[in-house]
Ligand binder design. Sequence first.
Ligand code: AMP
Length: 140
Amino acid sequence: MSATYDPNNIFAKILKGEIPSVKLYEDADVVAFMDVMPQAPGHLLVIPRQGSRNLLDADPAVLAKLMPVVQKLALAAKEAFEADGIYVAQFNEPAAGQTVFHLHFHVIPRHDGQPLKPHSGGMEDIEVLKVNAEKIKACL
Ligand code: AMP
């Protein structure tokens, strides 16, 4: 049997304003912010306000609100970083690499021939995240 949603997970705390984040976008249903351990410059996360562990237990109506925002942020990140491509990733449960159990989509600018840094690698300087966030916001 699958584990249940923990309303005190780190992204739920970001949604409640209990811990800081470098925000990019928010509306009534969806929030986007910079990943603190980016696999490439401009790595961002898009999450629904409604809690679910991941895609497997998400309400399809929530996904319908979420995916247009994933697309919007992917287009903005591609333009902001003059990327050759955009990697969109989403992991379900630890066996698949999930480490934070609130549904999220990774959006990562990719450049030809440039490898990604490891998943959940080193923390980025907050000032760098802020500069990168402003670049993306300018393209929204
Ligand atoms: P996943 O393995 O798909 O669950 O990825 C979780 C992601 O959340 C990783 O890329 C982490 O770098 C990122 N992350 C963890 N804590 C925070 C935080 N407080 N703010 C922003 N990103 C975070």
